[in-house]
Design a binder for this molecule. Structure first.
Ligand code: FAD
Length: 312
């Protein structure tokens, strides 16, 4: 079995989720990595250093600079022939490009895999994580996306893969890069953070969300998440949302504050190693998945917790 993993990067740095996809693909057999961009040899070198990587395919052209799906999908197709599987991490980058490649190749895609049972058999969550479907597709090439939080990241050292330049495909010019608006933050990236503190509707306002969650996050060096109700109410930005229609996180520690624990929220955080819940309702469903629960008023408990953590 050989798998070609599409690397996700910003032109300079390889995104950590690519290493999770590589370790998942390594369970199937040999792994090659495709780095596409403009002037991205440094990224290709970083990919070549990753454990398990056999060869890095480097495709460079101006029309790959912004990694538009309309340009990268035909490149994947041009390289697909010798591979059993094409794969990427199941983030917005992979979700954007891989289905296009699958459609162009006329082969099936299996998305958001959390477990590999065999080279043609995989587990993926459905119904907001309430059902785990085992999907088998015997025979033929597959396009796969791996849920990064379900697989350990391959080490970023220890590999010594060859880097091979591959020809660029012709520019499609079907779409045009306009601009990228990124949230600047000193905090760890939500999906990669070891500690996540998440606020819900119980915080009551954007001001209170900020006043309570920011000091708690600062004290723990944590990323901040939010429930969809908190996002919809304008307490927190959209990219904080954790859950079925938000981000999937699996930190060492997840602290849910004023979050009821709706199944759509649990779908995004139930892979967390340790869950702490703070809620005034002892029957809130979040307590069913919590390892530690504090029943009480978050406006009293969160400042107390933050102060206590500062003493540690
Ligand atoms: P609530 O359910 O209103 O809970 C607020 C909690 O705060 C309550 O448990 C209350 O007891 C507690 N509280 C209130 N005041 C205090 C206080 N002073 N002290 C302590 N506790 C207090 N939701 C997501 O989060 N992520 C998703 O990705 C997502 N996707 C969805 C997709 C679909 C298709 C649908 C239909 C829904 C989705 N939802 C999602 C919404 C989800 O169903 C819930 O509505 C949402 O998670 C509720 O957010 P919440 O827990 O903050 O609010």
């Amino acid at each position: 079995m050989t798998t070609l993993v599409l690397a996700e990067h910003d032109g300079q740095t390889l995104q950590a989720a690519t290493r999770n996809a590589i370790s998942a693909a390594a369970r199937l057999g040999a792994v090659d990595v495709l780095v596409a961009g403009d002037n991205v040899r440094g990224v290709a070198q970083a990919a070549a250093n990753i454990a398990h990587v056999r060869t890095v395919l480097l495709a460079q052209a101006p029309h790959y600079a912004h990694q538009l799906a309309e340009e990268i999908a035909p490149l994947l197709v041009s390289l697909a022939e010798p591979y059993d599987h094409l794969a990427a991490a199941a983030g917005s980058f992979g979700k954007n490009i891989m289905p296009r490649a699958a459609a162009l190749l006329n082969c099936p895609q299996i998305s958001d895999l959390t477990e590999i049972i065999a080279a043609d058999t995989f587990v993926r969550p459905i119904y907001a994580g309430n059902v785990l479907a085992t999907v088998r597709n015997p025979g033929g090439k597959l396009v796969l996306t791996f849920r990064a939080s379900a697989f350990d990241a391959a080490a970023d050292t220890g590999g010594s893969a060859d880097i091979r330049e591959v020809p660029a495909t012709a520019a499609q010019n079907l779409s045009r890069f306009v601009r990228r608006d990124l949230t600047e933050s000193e905090r760890p990236e939500l999906t990669q953070a070891k500690v996540v503190v998440s606020g819900g509707r119980g915080l009551g306002s954007a001001e209170q969300f900020d006043a309570l969650m920011t000091p708690l996050a600062d004290t723990l060096g944590a990323a901040i998440g939010a429930s969809r109700a908190a996002v919809d109410a304008g307490y927190a930005p959209n990219d904080y949302q954790v859950g079925q229609t938000g981000k999937i996180v699996a930190p060492e520690l997840y602290i849910a504050v004023g979050v009821s624990g709706a199944i759509q929220h649990l779908a995004g955080m139930q892979g967390s190693k340790t869950v702490v819940a703070i809620n005034k309702d002892p029957d809130a469903p979040i307590f069913a998945v919590a390892d530690y629960g504090l029943v009480g008023d978050l406006f009293e408990l969160v400042p107390q917790l933050t102060d206590a953590l500062k003493q540690v």
